[in-house]
Design a protein around this ligand. Structure first.
Ligand code: SF4
Length: 325
């Protein structure tokens, strides 16, 4: 008999937590929650995922991307560059000197986000946003959905997106057929909280006596990577004040990825935002994460220093959802 599995994509954020609670209220059968760990999350989120598992009683499966094979492929490419058999493509060329250096450093670290950047020789960006696909979507499909479908079962993939998050999301249907496998098993996307507001999600937490992820009370707009490539100036400033260690980690990652990149420089946020017109004009010190924070302290496109933003003593309620510490 075909079973229909309800698979909740769980991030540790307010939307997916509300969605999980909704599934519990509706007593849906064959329920499982899956957390795709990017390796770039704040420790509070990891703690919160464990907390939600404990208080709801729903097992939350952790999945991670593994880039071991791709890194070995990249190492082989470095060997080819050194041997002179690699055909350079694109605007920047590999040199034997950079390939030698990269070969010394290109090893799997076990951190999915960092390993993904090692493979690409760059960080993802809002324009080239391969992170969500490679670290989350592909892993969910490969590690969770396909094995269920290939066993002949149907899957409802629950996604905690809300229409008021943006124009693209507003156009999404609440239910959507994704694929039918050769064996007849079907995969559907299901978006049960599409018409909900952020406040309704928090209300769901209160209704069930479950606290929300503490990051919301600390000025974080969303829960996900720390920081996310979509983080704005205000969020980055909050991170720099509250979690400077996360930015130190990023600064180290920038150094490492720069050394395995043919452009010889890789910054977490685009160096072009800070005025660099080419890789030669950029550097991790002048255009990297710490320079980006300095830039975030300014307004008017970075040309004017904003003293209010820069002054940590100016204490305003920092949660955009009206929560406070
Ligand atoms: S949270 Fe942001 S940085 Fe992390 S995977 Fe998603 S889009 Fe990329």
């Amino acid at each position: 008999m075909t079973v229909e599995h309800n698979v909740i994509s769980y991030s540790g954020g307010k939307d997916s937590t509300a969605m999980l609670l909704l599934a519990l209220e509706q007593e849906v059968e064959h329920l499982q929650a899956v957390f795709a760990d990017t390796g770039n999350e704040h420790p509070s989120t990891y703690e919160y995922v464990r907390y939600v598992e404990q208080v709801t009683g729903v097992p939350i499966r952790w999945i991670r991307a593994d880039f071991t094979k791709q890194i070995e492929g990249r190492r082989q490419m470095m060997r080819n560059v050194i041997a002179g058999t690699h055909k350079n493509q694109g605007r920047y060329e590999w040199t034997a000197e950079v390939a030698e250096q990269a070969l010394q450093l290109l090893y799997t670290t076990g951190n999915p986000f960092l390993d993904m950047c090692m493979v690409h020789g760059r960080f993802p960006s809002t324009k080239v946003a391969f992170c969500s696909k490679e670290l989350k979507r592909d892993q969910l499909t490969k590690q969770v959905h396909l094995p269920l479908l290939d066993a002949g079962d149907d899957v409802q993939s629950w996604q905690g997106v809300r229409a008021d998050e943006g124009a693209k999301r507003a156009l999404l249907p609440a239910s959507e057929h994704v694929m039918t496998r050769d064996n007849g098993a079907e995969l559907w996307n299901y978006r049960p909280i599409l018409p909900w507001s952020a406040e309704q999600c928090f209300e769901m937490h209160r209704k069930h006596g479950i606290r929300s992820n503490p990051l919301y009370e600390m000025g974080m707009r969303r829960v996900g990577c720390m920081p996310c490539i979509n983080a704005g100036k205000d969020e980055l400033l909050e991170i720099s004040k509250r979690f400077p260690e996360e930015l130190e980690r990023l600064a180290e990652w920038e150094q490492l990825i720069s050394k395995v990149s043919k452009t010889k420089v890789a910054t977490f946020f685009p160096a072009s935002d800070l005025g660099a017109k080419s890789a030669a004009e950029a550097g991790t010190l002048s255009h990297g994460i710490h320079a980006r924070v300095k830039w975030a302290e300014t307004s008017h496109g970075g040309r004017q220093y904003d003293f209010i933003r820069a002054d940590p003593a100016v204490a305003l309620c920092s949660s955009i959802y009206g929560l406070c510490e």
